[in-house]
Write a protein that binds this ligand. Sequence first.
Ligand code: GAL
Length: 357
Amino acid sequence: MTHYTLPKARNFEHQISGKNTHLITLENSRGMAVALSDYGARIVSLLVPDKHGNPTDVVLGFDSIKGYLAADEQYHGVTVGRFANRIANGRFTIDGETFYIEPNNGPNALHGGANGFHSRIWDRRIVYKEKADFYYVAADGEEGFPGKLSVMVKYRLTDNNELIISYRAQTDKPTVINLTNHAYFNLNGEGNGDIHNHILQIQAANYLPVDEHQIPTGVPAPVENTPFDFRTPKLIGQDIMQPDDQLIKGNGGYDHNYILDTEALAKKRPVATVRSPVTGINLEVLTTEPGLQFYTGNFLTGKDKGKRGNPYEKHGAFCLETQHFPDSPNQLDFPTTLLLPGHVFESQTIYRFSVVK
Ligand code: GAL
């Protein structure tokens, strides 16, 4: 039996850009524990009891801040912003003025630019046994985005084994915003091979096909009769290797935004459910966001060795990133991602864990 523990707090005490970093831990009365770092306001570990009651770490990551700094993949567990996902050619226009974000993903700006929120040291505000708030102020012009943006990310761990992530932001100039969390989940336990045996359901009849640069073409497509259909529970591995043009554009797997069914959203029902038949761990995702990027770690290479020294290979995890649609600033048919002064951006996502025997 694998014995999973939280990383040592002292391994996260460091200085980055003159700011101290820490490990923050949350616990509930049901045996769940979460480790967070102010470096990227990120999730480091998520210990969840499996079907035998044994704590299992279900997110990829490293056991020290140095591990994160040296990692090939920058987005393990992070808060992504100011604009999650891709902006075509790093360009967009607000009120006739064009803004430019230096491309860091082929021709696109990805995840808020090279030095997005994932790379910043956030201030800790309130830290209790079951909650932690992180705060960051992005300067006007940071990474090319207009407006000074104050952002709060709140993590709450409930006794119902839910991790609730709430976002709140305000700007002093019109800007664009898209925030998400980039946890890489493996419900078999981190570093335990691929996620093909996981059973996934997504409440979405349509998704957004992409072009060769992974920018949505703008025309939603029905999932019906495609590998993208997860309306009834299906093994992630069932169709992932199919020679499907969209799976190939995703670098050999899923890396696409689903348009969540409005009924599931309106009724506050889970928009996605995933289960590991090995551990029995079941994850439900609830959100206020209209989209869900389902990503199967297609760019993981095995170069990164995780918390227990195991390589993080391609398909070694999945991400369910709740968000607005990619490239929204350039796609006027998509729900707007514009944030104006005097308005408050608010969004919430819940990762709820249980065991299905
Ligand atoms: C995902 C994105 C992937 C990849 C990953 C970071 O959100 O969809 O294409 O860029 O982030 O490695």
